[in-house]
Write a protein that binds this ligand. Structure first.
Ligand SMILES: [Zn+2]
Ligand SMILES: [Zn+2]
Length: 387
């Protein structure tokens, strides 16, 4: 939510009154649907609905307009392409939906004229995000054409999130031969970076069979890792056409270690691991993307390390120590909040959803770099004409 508010704030500040007053009107998009959340994994999600009004606020008695249209745009930017000045390598702009509200000369009278719209963001689309290599953003782009030399363009960003719903916790077991140590770990099926993550850790098999020695835990540590794997292919305009550039990055989003705090009961150690993301962690929810010349895989895992020492009674034996490490997958997703998927809810009454603050900004873009591709049949991962 805070990101959404920040973006609203920024876009409002970016409003340039100059162009609007020059054409005799202002325009903005007013969203009426709740924040866009796609529930469930990409393969089964029914997507999210974004509905609202395109508003033209005419300041003069009568204003002729030839074209009014609204587009829903998905823009993907590659930040690590080897050809940063090449628009084909670095940008992929797709037009997901178009509304042609006016296509022949029409007069708008002074005051507000509104056009309602409702967009379905398909559930297989990536959520809005920015990582070290790639950024995906969505926005509505409104275009008013008054004459061949006069037009007004406004852009309204929308934040699209994905939420995979909590269900049965997952259990993992690891054995560490030749010892008889046996770890059982239970994690939630999905984790939310903003809340405490309950993980139960159990260790058994301290006593070595047919031996007087046993194992004692001296330290337990955990870390949450984010792995980002990006492959970007150069476009055909370069000497290295089709060459695949791979970038891999592993980041630590939270970590801690303990020398005490667990309970030991006979041959069993129990520890409720208090996992959480670092307060300043910059994370991206789990994502797989295969669009245009880019493939991206963002995943997360929990790495658990135990330092064990061999003891007789409580005395260490020959300072014999072992490091046990286990790694399990964590699915990081947005908190579902109170929302339900659009196909499971009753349609909201008009009054039940307050108007969002108006937010809009001037579109500053070079037409050659950003001319959207025509809509085409969706492929497995997205809507663009991927090969
Ligand atoms: Zn290129
Ligand atoms: Zn694509």
């Amino acid at each position: 939510m805070s990101m959404l508010l920040r973006r609203h704030g920024r876009s409002s500040e970016a409003l340039s009154a100059g162009q609007s007053s020059a054409v005799g009107m202002d325009a903005y998009v007013q969203m009426e649907s709740p924040p866009c959340v796609m529930y469930g994994p990409p393969a089964t999600s029914t997507g999210s609905i974004a509905s609202g009004l395109l508003v033209a606020d005419v300041k003069v008695p009568l204003l002729d307009v030839e074209v009014v249209n609204l587009e829903l745009i998905k823009k993907q930017t590659n930040k690590r392409s080897p050809h940063l000045s090449c628009p084909h390598c670095c940008k992929n702009v797709e037009r997901l939906q178009v509304w042609q509200f006016v296509s022949a000369r029409t007069s708008l009278t002074k005051g507000k004229t509104t056009w309602p719209f409702s967009a379905l963001i398909p559930g297989h689309m990536p959520h809005s995000f920015e990582c070290c290599t790639v950024k995906v953003e969505y926005y509505f782009k409104a275009t008013f054409i008054f004459s061949p030399t006069s037009k007004l363009e406004k852009r309204h960003p929308i934040e699209i999130r994905r939420s995979i719903l909590p269900s049965t916790p997952k259990s993992f077991q690891r054995l560490f031969p030749p010892t008889s140590l046996n770890v059982t770990l239970q994690t939630p099926n999905v984790v939310h970076p903003s809340s405490y993550i309950p993980v139960t850790f159990q260790l058994t098999g301290f006593k070595e069979p047919n031996s007087s020695t046993s194992w004692a835990v001296s330290r337990i540590s955990w870390r949450i890792e984010e792995r980002i794997k990006t492959t970007i292919r150069s476009c055909h305009g370069h000497d290295d056409a089709d060459k695949v550039h791979t970038y891999q990055d592993t980041r630590i989003l939270g970590t801690n270690d303990y020398k005490r705090g667990w309970k030991i009961d006979n041959d069993r150690l129990l520890f409720e691991l208090p996992l959480s993301f670092a307060l300043d962690a910059r994370y991206v929810c789990d994502l797989r993307l295969n669009c245009g010349n880019t493939e991206l895989d963002i995943s997360h895992c929990l790495v658990l390390e135990l330092v064990m020492i061999e003891v007789v009674g409580s005395q260490p034996v020959d300072s014999n120590a072992r490091l046990l490490r286990m790694k399990v997958k964590l699915v990081v997703t947005t908190q579902p909040g109170l929302g339900v998927s659009w196909d499971e809810e009753c349609p909201p009454l008009f009054d039940s959803v307050g108007p969002s603050p108006p937010c809009y900004d001037e579109v500053v873009e070079s037409p050659t770099n950003e001319s959207p591709r025509e809509p085409s049949a969706p492929n497995a991962m997205c809507n663009c004409p991927c090969p």
